[in-house]
Design a protein around this ligand. Structure first.
Ligand code: DGL
Length: 261
């Protein structure tokens, strides 16, 4: 079984990409909804959560973990790999490399949580892959929490997103990196804001490809999906529908469970 986890609903964007590539894999998704968001917390807090939720998934029988959270990957992927030797851990990092390589204007912007925005891991990614490219890093406080409410068509929120992006779009950024898995679900709101000026860059499918490469026997199962949350698990099936992932209902192995992690 492949375990996919995040602070909340954001990692469902990665789960959906994995489910599409691996139709027979048994999947488990864990949303740490009792502790969402991670993006305004410190590294020690995030690490403790990631170790607890990762261990929970291994206890459920997962043999491969996908940390579908940029914030958690930057803060805790190394610690998780050390804590779970023998379990491959795939993390997710903002798509700085593909964005920088494809930017015509040599100017990109990365949208991320506060924690990712200030992380050494993002700074290194930019140094290594965007040397000759201008990179504006925009922390987006509150965006992941907004996705958790599922009220994405709120006009005031969309107006605030537009104001937040205006300076980088006006300055000529032509690639906008979705550096938080929650932001994939804001693509319908972001697309008209950037239209004609920039392209959104999302690496969910690249992570799914990596998962496909590493899955081995975990790719061959019954095509089932188990949902877990540390708070309000009953909300997860409805969230799948609200986020346009109703097709995943067909894989559900039962009601969502409460994870004691
Ligand atoms: N979805 C997460 C990420 O990719 C974090 C959102 C949050 O909990 O702040 O960074």
């Amino acid at each position: 079984m492949i375990g996919v986890f995040d602070s909340g609903l954001g990692g469902l964007s990665v789960l959906a990409a994995i489910a599409e590539r691996l139709p027979d894999a048994d999947l488990a998704y864990l949303a740490d909804t009792a502790h969402v968001p991670y993006g305004n917390k410190g590294d020690d807090y995030i690490s403790a959560r990631v170790l607890a939720t990762g261990r929970f998934l291994v206890d459920q029988g997962c043999t491969l973990l996908v940390l579908a959270c940029n914030t958690a990957t930057a803060a805790a992927a190394i610690a998780l790999r050390e804590a779970l030797p023998g379990i491959p851990v795939i993390g997710i990092e903002p798509g700085v490399k593909p964005a920088a390589a494809s930017s015509c204007k040599k100017h990109i912007a990365v949208l991320a949580t506060e924690s990712t925005a200030r992380s050494e891991r993002l700074a290194r990614l930019i140094r290594e892959h965007a040397g000759s490219v201008r990179v504006d890093v925009l922390a987006c406080p509150g965006w992941a929490t907004k996705v958790e409410t599922l009220k994405l068509d709120d006009a005031d929120f969309i107006a605030s997103v537009q104001r937040h992006l205006a300076p980088v779009l006006d300055a000529g950024a032509d690639r906008i990196v979705l550096g938080c898995t929650h932001y994939s679900f804001l693509a319908p709101q972001l697309a008209p804001i950037v239209a004609g000026r920039a392209t959104l860059v999302d690496v969910a499918d690249a992570v799914a490809r990596q998962c496909e490469r590493l899955a081995g026997p975990a790719a061959r199962g019954q095509g089932r999906l188990a949902l877990w949350a540390t708070a309000h698990p009953e909300r997860l099936p409805a969230a799948l529908s609200a986020l346009g992932l109703q097709h995943l209902h067909a894989r559900l192995s039962g009601p969502a469970g409460r994870a004691a992690a």
